[in-house]
Design a protein around this ligand. Structure first.
Ligand SMILES: Nc1ncnc2c1ncn2[C@@H]1O[C@H](COP(=O)(O)OP(=O)(O)OP(=O)(O)O)[C@@H](O)[C@H]1O
Ligand SMILES: [Mg+2]
Length: 270
């Protein structure tokens, strides 16, 4: 049995390779000792680690584990998933929307880090909690679907009020910029607030990603990371905004396991 693990800021992604197939699961990073306990029950497994908590996890386990740099592992995993689907992208940007967001440019066989933003899954959870008191990820992503961003976010069309707009009227002019205009006439529900939080996260991630794509002359932006899991609103925001800016968004199935799969591949290829 071979086990690839990406121990990130929020979630530990585990890819188990046995009988020519991968199985995937994840645990909370706060349960890292539990993952170490499980690894002690499979002392003969070959283990490859990556992610910010890899060195700490390595210190807790009996295996002599391989470790790789998270960005290289993530890229190797993305390559592996794309190969499986017979998809060949030569030049692309990938944006890993984890606790934070890291953006990379790929040209053939190598990646370079193109930037990042503190807007990501951690901001989604933290800001949603501050505004609504809700901290459960699934409750947040479900509620988001019922929210109305129009009374919270100011769109270009709101500013131009029927006049011809120089850029698409549906674009957000100011995230949260409509709140004070509506404070005396509207009740802002938890769903409205959460939808707007996903709005600023999705739009910030997309803006930074497409700027990287433009800088490097890439057509596709590949989005991965657990922030998109069962999170239709965030996916829709990112897809629509990427397309609106004339780039091509692409989501990889199981993409959040790219680091876990990639570090295993790098170990095998060493
Ligand atoms: N079950 C869950 N519990 C908590 N957060 C979840 C869950 N499922 C998805 N998420 C979202 O996924 C985000 C973490 O994504 P991901 O696992 O890709 O990041 P990470 O690898 O832990 O962080 P980083 O790469 O920044 O160190 C969380 O911030 C949250 O928004
Ligand atoms: Mg990560």
């Amino acid at each position: 049995m071979k086990i690839g693990i990406d121990a990130g800021g929020t979630l530990i992604k585990i890819a188990i390779y046995e009988n020519d197939t991968f199985t995937f699961r994840k645990e909370k990073s706060t349960d890292i000792e539990k993952v170490a306990q499980w690894l002690k029950t499979v002392p003969d497994a070959t283990v490859a680690l990556t992610g910010g908590k890899a060195t700490y996890l390595n210190s807790l386990i009996p295996q002599d584990a391989f470790q790789s740099i998270e960005f290289d592992a993530t890229f190797r995993g993305i390559q592996s998933f794309l190969d499986e689907k017979d998809i060949h992208l030569n030049k692309f940007v990938f944006s890993n929307v984890g606790t934070g967001t890291s953006i990379h440019f790929v040209d053939g066989q190598s990646q370079i880090r193109a930037g990042g933003t503190g807007a990501g899954g951690g901001m989604m959870l933290g800001l949603s909690y501050l505004l609504t008191g809700i901290s459960d990820f699934h409750t947040i992503t479900e509620k988001a679907l019922e929210g109305n961003r129009d009374i919270i976010d100011l769109k270009v069309k709101h500013i131009y009020k029927g006049d011809k707009t120089p850029i698409p009227g549906e674009l957000t002019a100011a995230n949260f910029g409509n709140v004070l205009h509506n404070k005396d006439t509207e009740q802002f529900t938890d769903a409205d607030k959460i939808a707007s939080v996903l709005g600023i996260v999705g739009e910030t991630v997309t803006t930074v990603s497409i700027h990287a794509a433009r800088e490097f002359g890439a057509e596709y932006v590949v989005y991965i990371g657990s922030s998109f899991l069962e999170n239709k609103l965030l996916q829709d925001i990112v897809v629509n905004y990427t397309k609106l800016r004339n780039f091509k968004p692409y989501f990889i199935e199981n993409g959040e396991y790219s680091g876990a799969v990639g570090t295993l591949r790098l170990m095998e290829e060493k």
